[in-house]
Design a protein around this ligand. Structure first.
Ligand SMILES: NC(=O)c1ccc[n+]([C@@H]2O[C@H](COP(=O)([O-])OP(=O)(O)OC[C@H]3O[C@@H](n4cnc5c(N)ncnc54)[C@H](OP(=O)(O)O)[C@@H]3O)[C@@H](O)[C@H]2O)c1
Length: 335
């Protein structure tokens, strides 16, 4: 990617962010979003990736308050101890656990799934939340560009390894749900099937936007596969908006300054940012409904390209090869 293309990618990401921030500001001026109320969820089990901080942390708290058994999948044991203590105290729910899972390592993801299986419990909700943004060029343990490898491929692998448990746990009246957290940056993302790793010329903005775009394509294709099998599992995308979290630690210093000075006004709080994920995970009106892009607790349209079935299928096939997952899906969708 030439320096000009990299600058264009950065500009597109900042414009996408600015549009969302303006919409949030307008909404705040009109009185803000009403706090959603969700029904209790006893006997339900959820996994939330990246539940030790930011939106994931607030998501875990919301779900724990609803009575769910929540397992945080994260890569920071030390932080997890503190987090578990705090969440249990605040929610009075003792059924909040942590299992180590480094999404930048396929070995760690596989180990996490084995450990989860040893618990011999159901799995009703999987929230693919963890992520990094605009990190310097570096690779996952398996040699993938970090945004693509961690944000996208890590969740692709995790979801596929847990699918049988989700299918067993979903019932006709109360399905299981996969919720994948994307971002408005997907609207300005481009998927270069010839260079998914951005190895020719690295742009952190392009890489982040691409990973979020790939997650939408993945979520929609997964929904088609699940529907074609008649399974009681749905797959939706949650877009949290622009949220005041540490995700911005690698962005341009000017943006960090704005966030530091005006984050309280322009950004959603992590608590507000978690609402769409929680909505996707538990809202009764979404029972049996998948293939949606959810924003501010409502379905909306995603980038036109994300509805391209052929592109979804191509990306899925490629991802299967990269993660060593059997690609049984082509036949399933075709048939
Ligand atoms: N903040 C926003 O404005 C915004 C907007 C749109 C979409 N999103 C999306 O929302 C999701 C959550 O972001 P956030 O804003 O809450 O960011 P955050 O505060 O930085 O939290 C990210 C979480 O991901 C975890 N994580 C990072 N690398 C990991 C790895 N290798 N393995 C397992 N977990 C890992 C982090 O673990 P540690 O606790 O150890 O750091 C943290 O818990 C991301 O997917 C992000 O793209 C955020």
């Amino acid at each position: 990617m030439s320096p000009l293309s990299a600058a264009r990618a950065a500009l597109r990401v900042y414009v996408a962010g600015a549009v969302v921030v303006l919409a949030q500001l307008l909404r705040r001026c009109r009185g803000g979003l009403p706090k959603p109320v969700f029904p209790p969820q006893p006997e339900r089990v959820a996994i939330v990736t990246g539940g030790t901080d930011g939106i994931g942390y607030s998501t875990v708290k919301h779900l724990a308050r609803l009575g769910m058994h929540v397992i945080i999948a994260g890569n920071n044991d030390g932080k997890a101890r503190e987090v578990l203590k705090k969440i249990k105290e605040e929610t009075l729910n003792e059924k909040v656990d942590f299992l180590y899972c480094d999404l930048a390592s396929m070995e760690s993801i596989r180990e996490f799934v084995q450990q989860f299986r040893r618990k011999k419990i159901s799995l009703h909700v999987l929230i693919n939340n963890a992520g990094v943004m605009m990190v310097p060029q570096r690779k996952t343990q398996d040699g993938f560009e970090e945004h693509f490898g961690l944000n996208y491929l890590g969740h692709f692998l995790l979801t596929n390894l847990l699918l049988d448990l989700l299918k067993q746990s979903g019932s006709p009246n109360h399905g299981a749900r996969v919720v994948t957290v994307s971002s408005a940056t997907h609207y300005v993302g481009e998927l270069d099937m010839e260079d998914l790793q951005g190895s020719h010329h690295y742009s952190p903005h392009r890489a982040y936007a691409q990973s979020k775009l790939a997650l939408v394509l993945f979520s929609y294709h997964l929904q088609d596969l699940l529907a074609s099998e008649g399974s009681h599992v749905t797959s939706n995308v949650a877009d949290p908006g622009v949220v005041n979290t540490d995700l911005y630690r690698h962005v341009f210093w000017g943006t960090r300054l704005v966030k530091w000075l005006l984050g309280w006004l322009l950004f959603k709080t992590p608590e507000e940012g978690a609402w769409t994920s929680v909505y996707a995970a538990v809202a009764p009106e979404l029972e049996g409904i998948g293939g949606r892009y959810l924003y501010n607790e409502k379905p909306t349209t995603s980038l036109r390209l994300t509805y391209d079935k052929e592109l979804q299928r191509q990306l899925w096939s490629r991802s299967c090869k990269m993660t060593g997952i059997p690609d049984v899906t082509q036949d399933a969708v075709a048939g």
